[in-house]
Ligand binder design. Sequence first.
Ligand SMILES: Cc1ncc(COP(=O)(O)O)c(C=O)c1O
Length: 411
Amino acid sequence: MDANHLIPVIGFDDVVLTRGEGSAVFGQDGRRLVDLTSGQFCTVLGNGNAEVQDEIARKTASLVNTSTALISDEVLAAAERLHRISGEMRASSIILSTGAEVIEFCLRDAKFIKGKPGVICFENGYHGLTLGAQSVTMGGGYAVPRVSPVYPIPAPDRDWTSEQLDASLASLELLMQTSGDIAAMLIEPIVSVGGMVFPPASWLVAARALCDEYGILLVLDECQTGFGRTGDWFAYQKFGIVPDMVALAKAIGLGYPVAVAMFRDTVIAQAGRLPAHYSSHQNDPFGAAVVNTAIDYIERHDVLANVKKMGTIFLEALQEAAASSPHLVNPRGTGLMLGIDLSIPGIADYRPIYSTLVGRLLERGVIIQGTSGGSVLRFLPDYLISEDDIRESLRKVAEVVDETAASLQVG
Ligand SMILES: Cc1ncc(COP(=O)(O)O)c(C=O)c1O
């Protein structure tokens, strides 16, 4: 078997996966690979979780899709649960399929509600690759042409000085004051693809206040940070802000293509009539069954507490890896969303090293993903990962990074 009959938009590693179990997946040769990326950050309750799979199978045995204009009990129950866990947002929801789709939905409605086309975003934010989403991804760098006026700003990092943070907020305010066409500010509360950047809570609180002052909707892209990833249901709750719209994907689908947009109660109240939205997989009983199963399981097993506990263990293990390897620096993370930088003397372009590293780690049974041209390793494992898998995998990561650096004769 080869990949000749797939449209060639990306290269693949050599392993062909055949099954999964908990935090691991298995190749054709039967090798166990610990997946520190929970699929594409989606399979947060693990692979083949019998309790989850049985519940979804039971709920979807007789109804998976309805006419878009018909509603099912499963969907009403999911919207109620999301409203409850959204806390102060008191959210109303729509269930869709992918991250990019909910971003498009939020952008479309934000522009409609405000009657303006402009969007502020982070220069290094990632929001998906459909046309509207890619117009704000990486400041619109991938989009030819962009579909809206986009105002990219640098994402503040946790090591910025208070002067840098103040200057960034001052220029954000100036931008809001002088550009009369801005409908929304769309940002990730933690910038993942853009380098595992952690904006300080104080900056997010101040940005929320500026959005209020200038009548701009704050749209949080929580496709990665949302639904338990940081140990809270949503990162906005950790940061102490209430957004106007939230885009959710990945974790909320447990590995199935399920995504959700949540709108704050005040937005719904002010918006009046929203534009009609019609999509084949809109408010599907299937998606709702996944969301209901996920929320019930997470609450029944106190999974958010486990994310916090395992997140602390993961961060400690990353710090130990950084202490043991001169080539790993700046360990950071919150909950089970973590990153560390590669630092190899004399290396400017980490891409070739990164692919060697990923290959060697696969051989030793660990799946990782990097970003920022391979110079940052990021870890978003499932919420039920064991301490043994964390420690053993990170020991291998440090080992392979050092070996790779040594083989370059630069370390
Ligand atoms: C923060 C963020 N937003 C949006 C998306 C797009 O989601 P999807 O790939 O499901 O369209 C991603 C995907 O990686 C993401 O990380």
